[in-house]
Ligand binder design. Structure first.
Ligand code: ASP
Length: 616
């Protein structure tokens, strides 16, 4: 496995170069309001008479002239009105965000603006018409706004006028166009599935919608069109996709939205290999078309077990190494430090060239791993000195020989810093070590937004134990096919069963995931039983699917890509919110629409609903 083999370092290739729809020519086919856009005029247009329409970004008065920066979706053009002009007084009254129409002659600017594509020219205005006035906007609508997050979300329609935000939506548009182009070329059909479906309590919580016509009954909004796309395979649609809104009523963790968009796909008569190749092809297509990046070679594949062992995560960030080394055997050679002697798992990472870390920096790292969200008890470190000797925080418990074995096990060199965590629960400790590795990666500048490292994580476990429910739950979903060779274990050791399930991971983010599905009703039945469903409950919830499977279900499988995550990754955004036109905040609220909100009594009555919210 060469997890870093497809890392591509690119010189800062600016996203907008590849993503913007053609802004340089006027394809608008309208002449009533404008003949050109605010983004297209160049020196070659000098002498032409043009009409533009757009918003006043700002006005400046300088030496007997008034300059108006006019903005539309395509760019900004400078308009100049001279003191002697009959328009001068009117131009001086223009306020920010007024909507205007200006006719004038294109001229060469005396002081050019190299940062603007239209920076070589200006329009000398001969006509000026105010199409609409604006009150003073609550924040400046420029690339760098003075508005805080909350204010900009409340006035999101104004925020969207800002170029960086608008560009994200342009990239999103381009991405959906390219997805459709790619999948259409492979014979996929885009088919819509309903938004009002039945509730399936397995998985996350559903958003529910009361039905007025069926009193006391509720629809649920789909968490994904999973069962419907499987039914489409039973229908013989063969290759389906849909760019579809999905809804999950989860407590919002960082960078989750209660409604999000998936590129949902399903294929018939395919093996896992077919699916991986099809969607690896799509990833390459998107990187090529949207970022101009050629992802060379096949994506590495890492089993879930290895991902957990070496990275403590099922979505490893493979832009950098710093893989975990298990150290239990090394320290067992010479017991002496009770914390290590009692720990079931000891793991270390080697931070290259970081032996210069000061005591204070180490203390910061210790505080970092001890934060309640991470929960480690402490951090052990060892510096490898220039002469090859090792200086560690546990020197008094171990001989120089043992510390030399540690250095060897970690393949550490002079100048390196070894960081070690231990604990009773290997999985928990690995997750803590994962956080430490990511933190070190960030501190060392190894998580570069312009590098992309993609891989498949495969062979996920079929089930995971839920403490809360006291039973096995499906890791992916109950329709996932177990690996053929593990099917006998379903009866003897279900927790050890691996699934034909896969995730595509990029830079530590899961950008897609799916599985081969069960198409045999008996096996599906067995799966429901292992998951603790009674026959009645399985019938009640999934009877429609089980029934359909009796009529000749083809072998099938699929995957869903997270559109929001893909766009934010390709645009180098910190949050998926930035590529969603009207996102919700961290409490799931739309602060612009002020939703959710209470219903009027009349509406509640119509739906036979009573709310019983305890007074705060
Ligand atoms: N429906 C799955 C999900 O939403 C994806 C899939 O298996 O196709 O994660």
């Amino acid at each position: 496995m060469q997890p870093n083999s497809c890392i591509l370092a690119r010189e800062a290739c600016r996203v907008q170069v590849f993503c913007v729809t053609d802004t340089t020519t006027n394809n608008l086919n309208t002449t009533m309001y404008r003949t050109k856009t605010c983004g297209e005029l160049r020196l070659a247009n000098a002498g032409e008479t043009v009409t533009l329409a757009g918003w006043v970004q700002r006005t400046r008065k300088m030496g007997g002239m008034t300059f108006v920066d006019m903005r539309d979706r395509y760019g900004i053009t400078q308009v100049v009105v001279e003191e002697g002009s009959p328009l001068f007084e009117q131009a001086n009254k223009l306020g920010r965000e007024w909507v205007v129409q200006i006719t004038g002659t294109v001229g060469e600017r005396s002081s050019k603006n190299k940062n603007l594509p239209t920076g070589d020219i200006e329009i000398v205005a001969t006509e000026l018409r105010v199409l609409n006035e604006s009150v003073t906007p609550p924040f400046t609508i420029e690339d760098q706004s003075d508005g805080g997050d909350d204010l900009r979300m409340r006035y999101r329609y104004l925020d969207l006028r800002r170029t960086p935000v608008r560009r994200n939506l342009e990239l999103r548009h381009k991405m959906t166009m390219e997805v459709r182009r790619y999948l259409d070329s492979l014979g996929f059909l885009e088919i819509e599935t309903p938004m009002l479906i039945g509730s399936t309590p397995e998985g996350a919580r559903d958003f529910v919608v009361p039905s007025r016509m069926n009193p006391g009954q509720f629809y649920a909004l789909p968490q994904s069109p999973q069962t419907l796309k499987q039914l489409l395979m039973v229908s013989g649609m063969d290759r389906y996709f849909q760019i579809v809104k999905c809804f999950r009523d989860e407590d919002l963790r960082a960078d989750r939205q209660p409604e999000f968009t998936q590129i949902d796909c399903e294929m018939s008569f395919v093996t896992q290999e077919d699916i991986l190749q099809t969607f690896e092809g799509m990833a390459k297509h998107l990187f090529r078309e949207l970022r101009g990046i050629e992802l060379e070679g096949a994506f590495p594949r890492m089993t879930w077990a290895d991902a957990m062992k070496y990275y403590g995560s099922d979505k490893p960030d493979t832009r950098f190494g710093m893989k975990f080394v298990e150290l239990k055997d090394v320290f067992a050679q010479a017991p002496g430090f009770p914390v290590f002697d009692e720990a079931r798992y000891i793991g270390g990472i080697c931070a290259k060239g970081q032996a210069t870390y000061t005591r204070k920096q180490i203390d910061q790292l210790t505080d970092f791993v001890k934060r309640p969200q991470i929960g480690a008890k402490g951090l052990v470190y060892a510096r490898v000195n220039e002469d090859g000797t090792v200086k560690s925080s546990v020197d008094k418990f171990y001989s120089p020989d043992l510390l030399a074995s540690l250095k060897e096990a970690m393949q550490a060199e002079p100048g390196d810093l070894i960081l070690i965590l231990c604990g009773d629960d290997a999985m928990k400790t690995r997750k803590q070590l994962c956080e430490l590795r990511l933190e070190m990666g960030a501190r060392m500048g190894l998580r570069d937004k312009n590098k992309f490292s993609l891989l498949w994580v495969i062979d996920f476990p079929m089930f995971e134990w839920s403490e809360e429910e006291g039973r096995l739950m499906a890791t992916h979903h109950p329709f996932t096919h177990p690996k053929d060779e593990d099917i006998p274990l379903l009866d003897t050791d279900p927790a050890a069963v691996r699934a034909d399930a896969y995730d595509m991971v990029c830079n530590g983010v899961e950008v897609g995931g799916g599985s081969i599905r069960i198409h045999d009703p008996e096996l599906q039945d067995k799966m429901f039983r292992i998951l603790g469903f009674t026959e009645e409950r399985a019938q009640e919830q999934f009877g429609f699917l089980m029934n359909a499977f009796k009529y000749g279900a083809p072998p099938h499988g699929g995957l869903a890509y997270g559109l929001d995550r893909w766009v934010s990754l390709l645009a180098g955004l910190d949050s998926i919110r930035d590529c969603i036109a009207f996102p919700k905040n961290n409490s799931g609220r739309d602060v612009m629409l002020d939703a959710p909100a209470a219903l009027e009594q009349k509406q509640l009555d119509e739906l036979y609903l009573k709310t019983d919210v305890p007074q705060a």
